[in-house]
Write a protein of this length. Structure first.
Ligand SMILES: Nc1ncnc2c1ncn2[C@@H]1O[C@H](COP(=O)(O)OP(=O)(O)OP(=O)(O)O)[C@@H](O)[C@H]1O
Length: 322
């Protein structure tokens, strides 16, 4: 399959900060692809590279079969892009900025822009500088969509929009994907993303922590609650095919978020002395995201023996002193 976006070993090192560290990513056509990450995870840096505004330190990228480093204008002609702080000419009116952008794209751009502006009920004679934050966001979205791009790249697209417009806008992204267009968006509104995304990628401290279809992700992760007689009891090691994303203790309950846990593994816990019982539940995307970005304990964890934690910490401490 021809991917709409491909990055290979993409790395961006700023002075004193590694924003992206060897990111390999493929985005399939006709999907809504959501890039999630905490503040400073590298999302905007990635989008700036994909849209040709930033040259990476190393690695490569291809967007609609164009190398954004070699042909940034070619990419921007093919792609619709809205940044988290859209730069619009403040002295133009809403109507004038439509004519201005239409001069680059031609075709059906101006009628499509005019229709979007009327749908959003923004007066065409209003100066851009006098628009509210939400109206500004709507103008930027209308401009990015008017040439019906095969790929739409959105950095925090719904910030500033009221809840009704946000919902309508995100639902329209599903329609775009159904029509074979591709939407690549970065957002902190995880519950909104969950309603529209086909594929989820999580960037954490510049590294791609995860990239997979949302349905697959939600099917593969559960929260396991283990009820204990003794809160200090050591839990069994799980098979290496599983990944324990986080482990927390609440009184006599141990809460684990585990990837690829299967129901026959409950007995590993229930057969252990001091374990009263276990229960599991599916997690919403927001809780999965938190579990991933809190840091993984790695394959097969939780730890067999709590003293291991102390020993490992001691090793780190003595290593740093050496
Ligand atoms: N021009 C720059 N010079 C130096 N450091 C930069 C530059 N641009 C970004 N960074 C750093 O790179 C890291 C990633 O920034 P980036 O803006 O990509 O994060 P983000 O995931 O978009 O965050 P947010 O969700 O807060 O917008 C941050 O630590 C940031 O300070």
């Amino acid at each position: 399959m021809n991917h709409v976006i491909t990055t290979t070993d993409l790395t961006m090192r700023f002075r004193g900060c590694d924003a992206l560290l060897g990111v390999d990513l493929n985005v399939e056509p006709g999907t809504v692809f959501a890039l999630l990450g905490e503040n400073g995870a590298g999302k905007t840096t990635m989008i700036r590279i994909l849209t040709g505004f930033q040259k990476p330190t190393s690695g490569s990228a291809s967007v609609c079969d164009i190398d954004p480093m070699r042909d940034p204008l070619g990419v921007r002609r093919r792609v619709g892009y809205v940044s988290d702080a859209p730069a619009l000419y403040d002295w133009m009116t809403v109507g004038e900025i439509g004519w201005f952008a239409a001069s680059f794209y031609g075709g059906n751009f101006h009628p499509a822009y005019g229709e979007a502006i009327r749908r959003y009920e923004i007066p065409e004679d209003r100066k851009i500088r006098n628009l509210s934050k939400g109206q500004r966001a709507k103008v930027a979205l209308s401009l990015s969509l008017a040439h019906d791009p095969e790929l739409l790249i959105l950095d925090e697209p719904t910030s500033g929009l009221d809840p009704m417009v946000r919902r309508d806008f995100l639902e329209s992204m599903i329609d775009r994907a159904a029509a074979g267009r591709t939407v690549f968006l970065s957002s902190h509104q995880i519950s909104e993303v969950e309603r529209v995304a086909d594929t989820i990628a999580i960037l954490h401290q510049g590294k791609l922590r995860l990239c997979c279809p949302l349905v697959e992700l939600k099917d593969s992760i559960i929260e396991l609650t283990v009820n204990l007689d003794d809160p200090l009891i050591a839990l069994p090691k799980l098979p290496d095919s599983t990944e324990t994303l986080c482990e927390e203790t609440y009184g006599r309950q141990r809460r684990l978020v585990i990837r690829d846990f299967s129901s026959d593994m409950h007995s590993l816990f229930t057969s252990r002395e001091g374990v009263v019982g276990t229960s599991e539940r599916a997690l919403p995307l927001e809780e999965i995201f938190i579990a991933y970005t809190k840091g993984s304990l790695g394959p097969g964890r939780p730890r067999e023996n709590p003293s291991e934690i102390v020993e490992e910490d001691a090793k780190v401490t003595s290593g740093s002193q050496a």
